[in-house]
Design a protein around this ligand. Sequence first.
Ligand code: HDD
Length: 754
Amino acid sequence: DSNPLKRAADRISEALRPATGPEDGVPGKPGPESPPVDEPTSPRGPLPPKSDQTGPKPVSPTGQSTRLEHAQVAQGGDRLTDAQGTRLPDSDHSLKAGARGPVLLRDHHLREKVMHFDHERIPERVVHARGAAAHGVFRGYGTASGISRAAFLGKDVETPVFVRFSTVLGSRGSADTVRDTRGFATKFYTSEGVFDLVGNNMPVFFIQDAIKFPDVIHAGKPHPDREIPQAQSAHDTFWDFVTLHTEATHHTLWNMSDRGIPRSYRMMEGFGVHTFRLVDAEGGTTLVKFHWKPRLGAHSLVWEEAQLLGGVDPDFHRRDLADAIEAGAYPRWELGIQTFPDTPEQTFEGIDLLDSTNLVPEELAPVQPIGLLTLDANPSNYFAETEQVAFHVGHLVPGIDLTDDPLLAGRLFSYLDTQISRLGGPNFPQLPINRPHSPVNDMLRDGMHQTAVHRGVAPYRPNSLDGGCPFLSGAEEGGYVEAPVRVEAARKVREAPESFADHFSQPRRFWLSMSPVEREHIIGAYTFELGKCYEQAVRERALRVLVTVDAELGAQVAAGLGLPVPDPIADVPEVSPSPALSQVGGDWPVDGRVVGVVTDGTGGLDDVRAVRQAVLEAGMVPLVIAPTGGRLGSGEDALTVQRTYVTARSVEFDAVLVAGTPGTGDDAGGARDAKAAAGRGGTTDPRVGLLLAEAYRHGKALGGWAGADAALTAAGVPTDAPGVVLGPDGPGTLRDVVTLLGTHRVWSRFEATA
Ligand code: HDD
């Protein structure tokens, strides 16, 4: 070859050729690259299911299961093929005219592979884009059977479910722990069709009429010019909207409370928000509000934790849910209902049940348990299941009906409509995750992405050509018959009823129901969010709203902003608190709580081993934190290090234990374990110091033994402070720490104690 540039390039590639590469000219393995040394050399079957993915596999009469099998259906056999099933000899090299020649247009595999990749993403949900989901089962208690004929509410009836949790404002890749409302959407695959309960972790909504939904979302989403801020309500347009529409005050107050930053999806309440109508076997009706009550209690992060997690682990909630299920700590919620007589007024104790900015205090209408939800399996494929699941408030089964809540009415349009652009056509109910488990026999035909092969010639009714099939069902044959509720003749108007005009007594009740520490958090949240607004008019209007809710709330936030306290907008009627709204108090199971154990790994490993075992036996997750990765000790008893001083951050742990301390002069009993924790020369390693100081500041339980007090003291943690346990040994310390974890946080460590 006379081209000097080409000769030089050839020499370079010759020099880079691996010594152990395959022979040139082997069919299907051309070129100078060698396969990675650990590439398998013979085919094998698909990976076995994970431990949490075994168990009964429900089979849908309509075809594929909604659970598990579809992953295998999509990938049969052990040979790579193209989408048409033709086996492929190579997937790493385009077809070329010579190794250094042009790529040929006829290379179907190249074009198919890149074409498919180009279209891998679908539009994210316009709201609730960021989510995580799990499979599970719902077992009815039968306690609702007297007021609802829904078969799945029957005693011991088990129904497969898929639950998706979400944030509202952020994009698909946004952080889990931002301050926001959380979605809590449940798909029940009942024997009578799919029922979707599409709720949130807050019982009230920003607006009373669905026609304002585009407005409130436009206000909350990033500004249209720079597309910032992402997944935040702390900006002018959000506060502009919620202060101009004072009906948003109640929901906004919930968002500014600890409910806006949950500790875990497993530790959130859920609410159907609207009032629904249950229908019994005789056609009798009862108004209800749905509640999900978590077995682990409702708990939250503190604001600094939430912010740190946004950077340290943006997937915190997603990871927490999946890890807990994989570990067998299955999250559970009880489904409950508040019931109200279905009177023409549709009010209860003066509260308008059609106004979704209202809640009904549990003290006035207790939540009665009607069934148990257990989440016991993670999705096999995020896209196929979590991304493609399509919920809709209009997916109802006999026994569950709607009310005339104007917020609900608009939703009945929106959820069906949005799937057309999100999932690309009207056949989204045929996607495996959306398929009912009951027989489907509709007369919907054709359309984009039609996967059914419909039989017969007469998709219309009545017909005489397909034997008159399919037949209709009255209520006695399980048909969905809308409750024949009377609709009063009235003028067509664009108005809200007078009863929708009180925007302040419900927020005031929420504020009065909070404990001192929760109020302190709310004040902090408003001060932060309004402090991030640039518009003076918006801040001043927000303060007027806040003083109307409560003088002290308004005054404290005004002080934080450095603004004068304005006059209230209106006089607020007297309301009594609802203690059930406070999250502080109670003693809760500690399942799946994460306990960090700090050790330098040079001695006293027996205690670390024992405490690790005790944490596991208590149903919690122990994570051993050491200066570097690898294993501590040797032989069968060696301990695996899960976090290093570099990868550990306090926000990941519910409690932190320090195994021993320097200075006691021998290797026994954990004496040297915290040497590295306290650092060479007796100073605490700054990363361990930060870990302990943060955990302390966030009200977390701290423990230690064998003189761990030195490391704690060096981190600025007073060893006689509440919730700091210095025990005789690992397991002894842990016992007290478990008791502290039952209350979620050491509340008395906050200035405004509970
Ligand atoms: Fe909505 C998604 C909850 C009012 C329009 N909504 C969506 C999701 C949840 C809620 C949990 C995510 C479902 C999933 O995981 O796929 N939405 C609520 C609650 C509301 C509410 C509790 C009030 C009580 N929503 C609401 C209104 C409208 C919408 C008033 C429109 C007028 N919501 C939608 C939507 C979404 C949605 C645009 C986006 C993706 C989807 O539906 O499937 O249609």
